[in-house]
Design a binder for this molecule. Structure first.
Ligand code: S3P
Length: 424
């Protein structure tokens, strides 16, 4: 993908449905008895992977554009899959589905693409074993074989905040004997906790702990998915770093567990405002951002789980800021779709930014003029989008190798950039 410097980024956009919420709506819909209709289901390839895996378990799913209808007999209707379930690039799919399968009395094999087969699964496998499931990983990674069965409720302290692991244990806990409680060191996204009551299950919440009752029965329902908060971050940063720019994003998910990037950008001097329009079951509203002079900042490490997917977008903003931008406490980024700390450091340096990789973070020394270069996505959608935003504001032209992977979370990304820069 070749990208030239853009004069501005302007427009009003409505984003496809949030990826994290779409995965959960599909999973809970498949676990529920009756019909579930999901409106504005994400266009992300990752969310199509979730639907494909659920179909592999015998769940009837119809997709009509962005509407997905799931007709299920509930968990007892799930059948042993005839072939391995392929989560492709999606960590959320493999980890969260593992939790649901831990209570099913049959054997399933879960696998994924080359990137997913490098990512850690013991963090979910070990507690599922402690609940009574048989779980085999391949040196801690996929392929993973799960033979589910009778589960015991568990009180589990997560060593690292992970919404995927938390969700997996809650989905297993719904099928266990007794209550399951998951505690995290810092708050991570709470979409599962907020969505379960729509399906008729009460969730106990106490500070950093969430509990579900065992033997729960979910009832099908309708779920409307707000616009993707993580996709929004790239468009917000494009508007901040380009001149003469203003972007308005409507109907975006504004969960505080996902919008910490807005606070960080404001602390950097960014003119960005989130306006809350509804708050139940999830906060939703609009975000408006316009061209700004940015300065560096130090990100509070306790906020990192609430902006973990937005570090690539923030690093892109930091390259145009005055003074150092520091993020630490983010070693999880080394085990995402790529080693995002290494990939960002490489891409930023290639474009002329001064950047230092830390074991658990990055320091971006802003203020340097960026010039176009040939850069690599490492097959990682969020690295590709961060590089694209950097390339739009860099002098000259850039080439991004492997930019197609944006489809993993935001297939419309380059079309939106073209419209917003007056090139469509
Ligand atoms: C996700 C949780 C995060 C995030 C991922 C989606 C989710 O991962 O990075 O893109 O939908 O629960 P962890 O829970 O592993 O931190």
């Amino acid at each position: 993908m070749r990208i030239e410097r853009a004069p501005f980024f302007r427009g009003r956009f409505t984003l496809p449905g949030d990826k994290s919420i779409s995965h959960r709506a599909a999973l809970l819909g498949a676990m529920a008895e009756g019909e579930t209709r999901v409106l504005n289901y994400s266009s992300a390839a990752d969310c199509a992977s979730t639907l494909a895996c659920l179909r592999g378990l015998g769940v009837a799913i119809r997709r009509d554009g962005t509407s997905v209808t799931i007709a299920s007999e509930g968990l007892p209707g799930w059948r042993a899959p005839a072939a391995p379930l392929d989560a492709e690039n999606s960590g959320s799919t493999i980890r969260m589905l593992a939790g649901a399968l831990a209570g099913r009395p049959f054997r399933s094999v879960l696998t994924g693409d080359e990137s997913l087969r490098r990512r850690p699964l013991e963090r979910v496998a070990a507690p599922l074993r402690a609940m009574g499931a048989t779980v085999l990983t391949t040196d801690g990674r996929a392929p993973m074989t799960i033979e589910g069965g009778r589960l015991r409720g568990l009180v589990h302290d997560l060593p690292v905040a992970s919404a995927q692991v938390k969700t997996a244990l809650l989905l297993a806990g719904l099928q266990a004997e007794g209550t399951t409680t998951v505690r995290e060191p810092f708050p991570s996204r709470d979409h599962t906790e907020r969505m379960l009551p729509l399906f008729g299950v009460a969730v106990g919440r106490d500070g950093l702990a969430a509990s579900v009752p065992g033997g729960a029965r979910l009832r099908g329902t309708d779920v409307a998915v707000p616009g993707d908060a993580s996709s929004a971050a790239f468009l917000v940063v494009a508007a901040l770093v380009l001149p003469d720019s203003e972007v308005r994003l409507d109907g975006v998910l504004l969960s505080p567990t996902r919008t910490a990037f807005v606070e960080v950008l404001r602390a950097m001097g960014g003119r960005v405002e989130a306006r809350l329009e509804a708050s139940d079951p999830e906060p939703v509203g609009s975000i408006v951002a316009s061209s700004s002079r940015l300065r560096g900042t130090t990100v509070d490490p306790t906020l990192v789980p609430s902006l973990i997917d937005e570090v690539p977008a923030l690093a892109a903003a930091a390259a145009f800021a005055e003074g150092p931008f520091t993020v630490t406490g983010a070693s999880e980024l080394r085990v995402k779709e790529s080693d995002r700390l290494a990939a960002l450091a490489e891409g930023l340096a290639a474009l002329g930014a001064r950047v230092r990789e830390l074991p658990d973070g990055l320091v971006v020394e802003g203020g340097a003029g960026l010039r176009g270069a040939r850069v690599r996505s490492h097959g990682d959608h969020r690295i590709a989008m961060a590089l694209a935003v950097l390339a739009l504001a860099a002098e000259g032209a850039s080439e991004i190798e492997g930019a197609d992977c944006v489809g993993v979370s935001f297939p419309e990304f380059f079309a939106v950039l073209a419209r917003g820069t007056g090139r469509a």
